[in-house]
Design a protein around this ligand. Structure first.
Ligand code: UD1
Length: 344
C-alpha cells in the first residue's frame, strides 16, 4: 500500500482527495495546521471510507516538524501539496502572510523531497495563472499573465520554483494541476466546503443565502461582455477534481509523466455565467436565491473556461458531472451543516 503525504488534507479539496486516495487503497498521512479547516473532517472522511487517516497538526512552514513526519512514516512515495492560503481579497491586504505561507511551504516541501528521497509531487495550482486569457477555451500552453492578486502571484511563483528545482534535480517529478472553479460536496454530505466567516466564493454564498444565513447574494457585475452580462467561469465538481489527483499520483508512481514537470487544466470545458449558476441552482433544488446586481468585484476576470483536452487524453480523466448534480450536493451539504449547528 503506497503511502501518500497530503498537506492541507483536512481542507476542502484536500479532504475529498483523501477520500478518493483511501478508496483506491492508498495509505494517507495528512498534515494540516487547521488554520482554515476542522479536525472533525477526519470523522467525515472515516464515515465515508471506513478509515481515519493518520493526522499530524503541522504548519508546512515548519520544516523540522515536516521532516519528523517522514521519520515517523517511512516510505512516503508521493506528496500532494494543497496547504495554502487562498482568499484573493485577504491576500491583497496581507501580502506577506500569503508570500510566507504559500511559498515557504513549497520551498520546504521541495527541499524535503530531495533529502527524504520522495521524488513525486502533485501541486495544487489554479487557472488564476492565465489571468484573462486572449483565447478561450484556455489551453495549458496559453501564456501566464501578470497576476491580479498576491494570491495568484504565489501560484505563479510556486510553479516557477518547482520548475527550476526539477530542472536542477532530475530525480524530482511534479504534476501541477490548474484548477478551475471547484464546487459542491461529497454525495454523502459527510464532507464539503467549510468557509471561514463570510464566504468569498460564489457557491458557499449561494447556499448560505438559500438557507437564510445571508440575506442576499450580490451578483458582481452585469455589464461584462458575455451573453447575459455576468462573468463566466468553469465550475467543476470537487469529487471529479479529487479523482484527478489519484490519477496524477498513479502517473508519477508509474513513471509515466514527461519532462519532469507537467501542467494540466482541470475543468469541464464549459463556461457558465453567475446568473446561469443561480438559475440552475434554483432549478436543481427548488429553492429561491435572493439576489441583487452590484458593481464588478475588483480583480475579477470577465470569462475563463478550460480546454481540458490534454487532461482528457493524457490522464484519461474527464469531469462529466452535471451542473445540477454538483449544485445539489452543495445544497445537501449546507443543509447538513445547518442540522449539525442546530443540534450543537
Ligand atoms: C478565485 C480565484 C481563483 C482561486 C479562487 C479561490 C482569481 C481570478 N480567481 O476564483 O484563482 O482559486 O478564487 O478562492 O483570482 N461572485 C458573485 N457574488 C459572490 C461571489 C462571487 O457574483 O458573492 C462571482 C464572481 O464575481 C465570479 C464568480 O462568481 O465571477 C466566481 O467567483 P469565486 O467563487 O469567488 O471564484 P473566482 O473569483 O473565479
Amino acid at each position: 500500500m503506497s503511502k501518500i503525504l497530503v498537506t492541507g488534507g483536512t481542507g476542502y479539496i484536500g479532504s475529498h482527495t483523501v477520500v478518493e486516495l483511501q478508496n483506491n487503497g492508498y495509505e494517507v498521512i495528512i498534515v494540516d495546521n487547521l488554520s482554515n479547516s476542522s479536525i472533525d473532517v477526519l470523522d467525515g472522511i472515516a464515515s465515508i471510507t471506513g478509515k481515519k487517516p493518520a493526522f499530524e497538526k503541522i504548519d508546512c512552514q515548519n520544516k523540522q516538524a515536516l521532516a519528523e513526519v517522514f521519520a515517523k512514516y517511512p516510505g512516503i512515495e508521493a506528496i500532494i501539496h494543497f496547504a495554502a492560503s487562498k482568499a484573493v481579497g485577504e491576500s491583497v491586504e496581507k501580502p506577506l502572510l500569503y508570500y510566507k505561507n504559500n511559498l515557504i511551504s513549497v520551498l520546504n516541501i521541495l527541499e524535503l523531497m530531495g533529502e527524504q528521497n520522495t521524488y513525486n509531487l502533485v501541486f495544487s495550482s489554479s487557472c488564476t495563472v492565465y489571468g484573462q486569457p486572449d483565447i478561450l477555451p484556455v489551453t495549458e500552453n496559453a501564456p501566464v499573465k501578470p497576476a491580479t492578486s498576491p494570491y495568484g502571484n504565489t501560484k505563479q511563483i510556486a510553479e516557477e520554483i518547482i520548475r527550476d528545482t526539477i530542472h536542477a534535480d532530475n530525480r524530482l517529478k511534479c504534476i501541477a494541476l490548474r484548477y478551475f472553479n471547484p464546487v459542491g460536496a461529497h454525495p454523502s454530505a459527510a464532507i464539503g466546503e467549510l468557509p471561514n466567516g463570510v464566504p468569498n466564493n460564489l457557491i458557499p454564498f449561494v447556499t448560505q443565502t438559500a438557507i437564510g444565513i445571508r440575506e442576499c447574494l450580490r451578483v458582481f457585475g452585469n455589464d461584462y461582455n458575455t451573453p447575459d452580462g455576468s462573468a463566466i467561469r468553469d465550475y467543476i465538481w470537487v469529487v471529479d477534481l479529487a479523482k484527478a489527483h489519484v490519477i496524477a499520483v498513479e502517473r508519477l508512481l508509474g513513471n509515466k509523466n514527461k519532462n519532469g514537470i507537467e501542467f494540466f487544466n482541470l475543468g469541464t470545458g464549459k463556461g457558465l455565467s453567475v446568473l446561469e449558476i443561480l438559475n440552475t441552482f434554483e432549478q436543481a433544488t427548488g429553492v429561491k436565491v435572493n439576489r441583487k446586481i452590484v458593481a464588478r468585484r475588483e480583480g475579477d476576470v470577465e470569462k475563463v473556461w478550460a480546454d481540458p483536452t490534454f487532461a482528457n487524453n493524457e490522464l484519461g480523466w474527464k469531469a462529466e458531472t452535471s451542473t445540477e448534480k454538483m449544485l445539489a450536493t452543495a445544497w445537501e451539504w449546507e443543509k447538513r451543516l445547518a442540522k449539525k449547528n442546530s443540534m450543537s
